[in-house]
Design a protein around this ligand. Structure first.
Ligand code: C5P
Length: 229
């Protein structure tokens, strides 16, 4: 029998790089808040998925009122975010039982396809941890920061065929992710796979999607508008 599915949506950041008054997860894309579009992709992939939305404390009332006013009815628990993404996901994990599959997906990646969500969940039935990754198409360089503030390219070669750009959703067997998150915090934990790998658990990579962008800057928002159309 297929395992129950959970989704943790870390949307607990303030989105300072966007420079907007509203946290970026609530900015409108095609007339809907980015966070709503993001969650709807998963509900389309599986209407029975249990959603755990991680929000800044000051946004919880706003989001609850929005869901009520829009009649958005689905299995949702709202928890408050932590100091970093790691702490936000850890808060969300407290609501996830053992024996389930849990996806962690940035609240600001609304263009993930339903197919990618389903493919990753299917793979997670078999492997403890699966993530989407894209090959590097550009030539890659190490950068050297000089004392005068300029940036120089290092002569040290970097083989782009062995470097991948990693996205979300990252999907795990829930007891595996919970065990990994019982470690202490490290600044290297910028995604969930880093936490799982540090706990010695192997992570499978499936092909990601170039359109599955993380909306971080105003340019990303206008690119997402065009992709959505
Ligand atoms: O900061 P970064 O772009 O890596 O954020 C990725 C996701 O993690 C965003 O959806 C953001 O809202 C979330 N986040 C969080 N709690 C924090 C910081 C970021 O849930 N303290």
């Amino acid at each position: 029998m297929a395992k129950e599915k959970y989704l943790i949506v870390p949307a607990g950041g303030s989105g300072q790089r966007m420079g907007a008054a509203v946290p970026k997860q609530f900015l409108l894309l095609g007339g809907k808040p980015i966070l709503r579009l993001t969650i709807e992709r998963f509900l389309e992939a599986d209407p029975d998925i249990h959603v755990i939305t991680v929000l800044p404390r000051e946004s919880v009332r706003y989001w609850k009122d929005y869901c009520l006013s829009e009649n958005l009815i689905f299995s949702q628990k709202i928890v408050t975010g932590g100091f970093t993404r790691f702490h936000s996901v850890k808060n969300g994990l407290e609501k996830v039982p053992d024996g389930a599959l849990v996806a962690v997906h940035d609240g600001v990646r609304p263009l993930v396809s339903v197919k990618l969500v389903r493919d990753l969940f299917a793979a997670a039935e078999q492997f403890p941890a699966v993530i989407p990754a894209l090959p590097s198409f550009d030539t890659l360089k190490f950068g050297l920061r000089r004392e005068d503030g300029t940036l120089e390219a290092s002569a040290e070669p970097l083989d782009r065929s062995s470097v991948f750009s990693v996205q979300t959703p990252q999907i795990f067997q829930s007891e595996v992710l919970k065990k990994a998150y019982s470690q202490g915090y490290s600044t290297a934990f910028t995604d969930d796979a880093s936490v799982v790998l540090a706990a010695g658990i192997p992570v499978k990579m499936l092909p990601g999607e170039r359109t599955n962008i993380k909306i971080t800057t105003p340019e990303d928002l206008s690119l997402a508008e065009r992709l959505l159309r």
